[in-house]
Ligand binder design. Structure first.
Ligand code: TXA
Ligand code: MG
Length: 338
């Protein structure tokens, strides 16, 4: 299969929507990361997503909608008060909500779970694509399973060349990390995956919220995560990532740096000069910049052939919580406290 890369002209979006209607899988931009979209109500099409990604079959997908009323046929019963408030405050946008699923949603899309994850993205190309596809679009991040999520069309091509017919190139993603995932099926809204919509914003909109313990810690052996995606090695480049926390991080990174062109440092912009002429990539000036830069930097590390990736941490608060959730997984929870 030849993979076409197209600018998202109205004609190209129409082509992509036709492919989705025909049961194919296409790459498309969202405000968070690029997605790999297929008709979410067609089990054979959904199956192709799992094949293209090499994704474990027990990891459920998010269904993407273009307008709020499209939610109703996908869920059992009515959205509750917390759901309504969260949708009012953050849809369209980088927030995924989990509801009990209706019979319309195929088991293949939810990996057999009785719940369904739904998101209404804000990216205009994504929304036009969903509208024209005429169905909820099932879409995981468009990376091969285990790799960092793609934030540019070139990243998607790197992982999906020859596996899907078309990628819409919408330029770099604004947020750079996947959506916040909130489970609404329990007594209190629970953040399963932190994102650009922060835990404090969830609490402000919904009145209450709790953080799943898997957000910042490895799961105890044998324990089943509420979000199946949390248990896999994730977001990882080929090189070994180590995260450095605390006031001595810069010094410790310098001490461990291997000059034989094997190490790469990922640092906040303000710290870059402290590394002198060592090989260093800037992650930007704050948490939000780091969110947008982290996956790109991890992929760049592979292109540079780095064997050892030494990365600074940020405080796990606000958007920083999402950054640390991804970084700790990319590092396989290899953290050095200084
Ligand atoms: O920003 C995003 O959410 C991107 C863009 C493309 O929209 N999509 C994305 O999808 O990140 P994916 O498949 O890479 O991650 C979805 C996460 C996984 O961790 C999955 O386990 C979890 O959501 N998930 C999906 N359905 C679920 C459900 N019913 N219950 C619990 N977790 C669920
Ligand atoms: Mg993913």
């Amino acid at each position: 299969m030849i993979t076409e890369l197209l600018n998202p002209t109205p004609e190209a979006i129409r082509r992509a929507a036709e492919l989705i209607r025909a049961g194919e899988v296409v790459g498309f931009p969202t405000e968070t990361v690029y997605g790999l979209g297929a008709d979410g109500l067609n089990p054979a099409a959904v199956e192709k997503i799992f094949e293209a990604k090499g994704r474990p079959g027990d990891n459920p997908l998010i269904l993407h909608i273009a307008e709020v009323p499209e939610l109703l046929p996908l869920i059992a019963g009515e959205p509750g008060a917390a759901a309504r408030k969260l949708m009012d405050a953050h849809w369209p946008g980088p927030l995924t909500l989990i509801f009990p699923k209706s019979a319309l949603v195929p088991d293949r899309a939810t990996a057999g779970l009785p719940t369904v994850a739904v998101r209404m993205p804000s990216h205009p190309v994504a929304r036009q694509l969903i509208r024209l596809a005429g169905a909820p679009v099932a879409a995981p991040s468009a990376n091969r399973s285990g790799r960092p999520s793609p934030t540019t069309a070139a990243d998607v091509l790197e992982d999906m060349d020859g596996r899907i017919p078309l990628i819409l190139d919408g330029g770099p993603c604004e947020v750079g990390l996947e959506s916040t995932v909130v489970d609404l099926t329990g007594p209190v809204p629970r953040v399963l995956r932190p994102g650009f919509v922060t835990a404090a914003q969830i609490r402000a909109a919904a009145g209450a919220s709790e953080l799943d313990p898997a957000v910042l810690a490895p799961l105890p052996e044998g324990e089943r995560p509420r979000s199946p995606g949390m248990k896999y090695r994730h977001y990882a480049p080929a090189g070994e990532v180590t995260a450095f926390r605390g006031p001595g991080a810069v010094g410790e990174i310098i001490r461990r740096y291997d000059g034989a062109d094997r190490s790469l440092i990922l640092a906040l912009e303000g710290n870059v000069p402290r590394y002198g002429n060592r090989r260093v990539l800037s992650l930007g000036k704050d948490e939000s910049a780091m969110a947008a830069a982290l996956f790109r930097a991890l992929r760049e590390a592979d292109r540079l052939g780095a064997e050892q990736i030494l990365c600074e941490c940020v405080e796990p608060e606000g958007v920083g919580l999402a950054v640390m959730n991804r970084l700790l997984r990319a590092a396989g929870f290899r953290v050095v406290d200084t």
